[in-house]
Design a protein around this ligand. Structure first.
Ligand code: UN1
Length: 513
């Protein structure tokens, strides 16, 4: 495949052994346990990281707090200029960073590049935003008074991210938080520490050129204990966490106890409804990419297809055929459609889910299985599977981060499909495939999909950064990225100014001295 990992590591300034905490140009002499980053592509060790300890964590937070006090005074458009340069730098590093994402996480090189593109896009978005951190003005009920609201920088933002989007999710948070005037501390997934170190180094190149205070971009690599410290830390007004619902609940409980803010992006259980009016030319690539892209490890991956009984057999046949065409293998080889799962634990969960669906009465129509032999030495490659199942099965109700697609039938009107679609605990992404305007509008109406994302004639995954990203119910309710998601990174203040020599009270209250 013409891929030389050493060249990629050199281009990104990574060593074989790396330090696991940084406040920008300073890398702390961490003394935690050594973490090994192993590629799911070929099972080889890419490098190691000396993890951060609790002591390192406190140093990083102190630095971030001090840096925030300066950064908040830099005019927002100037902060935007720094983020603009970061976007430029990411363009320079797009290839090596995309390759490292692909090699460390296992997604296809195309998707690795796509992820870096999302980083570039959110930087561009944030630059424009830096001149638009608007509040509203409103008319006061009192004569000679003016009333408005403004947004101020919030403070130190903690970012906990997952392995599946090892770099993009960080940038969705940081690009916005930085133009909003915040300092960021990132705890990446322990499964993808090297891509995080690469991002920190790229950022530092830009930040030091611009004299950004040390501590505005910080990184700490370590386990769940670091996430817990963040969640309980009153010095961190906002914790943004992406990952499992279990992790999100524990972060949210801890942050909630101290009345901090949390932004949660948790599990999805995303469905595509396929009505009798669907265009199959759109359905098939949409469903297959949604289910097997990133080896089924996106929060937005398609887990369920809810197909009208009248076209069920036809759709099923077309899908089974399409799955036969899938090429599984090294994700850096652009001929392959599907790369490996993140690790062998994920493979075990994939196997357990396939067994469970059968035990609950389901029928595996595309069996799947773990692949072995040449090219599959890492033990992380699996074949995507399809099972006919029912929505109430426990395994169907549960998000398995693997390429297993559940097919189910609905009869009658589209409302019956919407009930099935909404009949899970998660509420991230959803899609309807129909060329019928009424069906589409019913799906989007107040009585339609209950998810944060609802699409028509496209799949459940592959959202653009311009729209707010996130979902309801057990997905956690947070919104990141586009639209007005920036507001969570700022504190809001209502201001009323009296320019008369009298003091009229609101609600006409009389108080004469
Ligand atoms: C995630 O899986 O954590 O919509 C985020 C998508 C991507 C983001 C997914 N833009 O699939």
């Amino acid at each position: 495949t013409g891929f030389d990992i050493q060249e990629v590591l050199d281009q990104l300034g990574l060593e074989k052994t790396n330090l696991g905490a940084s406040t920008g140009s300073v890398w702390l002499q961490t003394k935690g346990e050594v973490l090994e980053s192993k590629s799911p592509v070929d099972g080889k060790q890419i490098g190691t990281v000396v993890q951060a300890t609790e002591e390192d964590y406190h140093k990083v937070v102190e630095k971030a707090q001090a840096a925030f006090l300066q950064w908040r005074k830099v005019p927002a458009p100037q902060r935007g200029e720094v983020v603009r340069q970061l976007g430029e730098k990411l363009r320079d590093y797009k290839e090596p960073l995309g390759k490292l994402v692909s090699y460390e996480m296992g997604k296809s090189y195309q998707e690795g590049l796509g992820e870096v593109q999302e980083m570039i896009d959110i930087c561009d978005f944030a630059v424009g935003l830096s001149r638009q951190l608007h509040g509203l003005t409103m008319h006061s009920e009192r004569p000679g008074h003016r009333m408005y609201e403004q947004y101020h920088p919030l403070g130190v933002v903690g970012i906990i991210s997952a392995f599946n989007f090892p770099v993009a999710v960080w940038s969705w948070n940081t690009a916005l938080a930085w133009v909003c005037g915040d300092a960021c501390i990132w705890k990446p997934s322990e499964k993808t520490p090297l891509t995080a170190i690469a991002c920190q180094k790229i950022t530092e190149e830009v930040f030091s050129d611009n004299d950004v205070p040390e501590g505005i971009s910080s990184l700490i690599i370590g386990g769940a204990d670091l996430g817990k410290l963040m969640a309980n830390d009153t010095r961190i007004p906002l914790v943004s966490a992406t990952g499992s619902t279990r992790m999100g609940k524990s972060v949210s409980e801890a942050v909630g106890r101290r009345l901090g803010k949390s932004l949660l992006e948790l599990g999805g259980n995303n469905a595509m409804i396929i009505t009798p009016n669907a265009d199959l030319n759109v359905v098939v690539p949409g469903a297959v990419f949604g289910a097997v892209g990133t080896c089924g490890q996106r929060c937005t991956s398609t887990r369920r297809l809810i197909i009208h009984a009248s076209i069920y057999d036809k759709v099923k046949d077309v899908l089974v055929n399409a799955y036969k065409q899938l090429r599984i293998g090294n994700p850096l080889d652009e001929n392959n459609h599907v790369g490996p799962l993140i690790d062998t634990d994920a493979v075990a969960m994939y196997n357990a889910a396939r067994e469970k669906v059968v035990a609950e009465g389901g029928n595996l129509i595309v069996e799947g299985g773990v692949l072995s032999g040449e090219g599959y030495e890492s033990g992380c490659y699996v074949a995507p599977a399809i099972a006919e199942a029912e929505n109430h099965y426990e395994i169907v109700q549960h998000e398995t981060f693997a390429p297993i697609l559940y097919l189910m039938k609905y009869d009658g009107e589209v409302e019956n499909a919407i009930d099935i679609q909404n009949g899970v605990k998660q509420g991230l992404s959803s899609a309807i495939m129909t060329t019928d305007l009424r069906e589409a509008e019913r799906f989007l109406s107040v009585a339609g999909s209950d998810c944060g994302i609802a699409n028509v004639n496209i799949g459940t995954s592959g959202a653009e950064i311009g729209g707010a990203f996130g979902g309801e119910k057990e997905t956690g309710g947070g919104r990141e990225s586009g639209s007005d998601a920036w507001k969570v990174y700022m504190r809001r203040q209502t201001n009323t100014i009296n320019y008369t020599n009298e003091l009229p009270l609101a609600q006409g209250i009389k108080f004469d001295l």
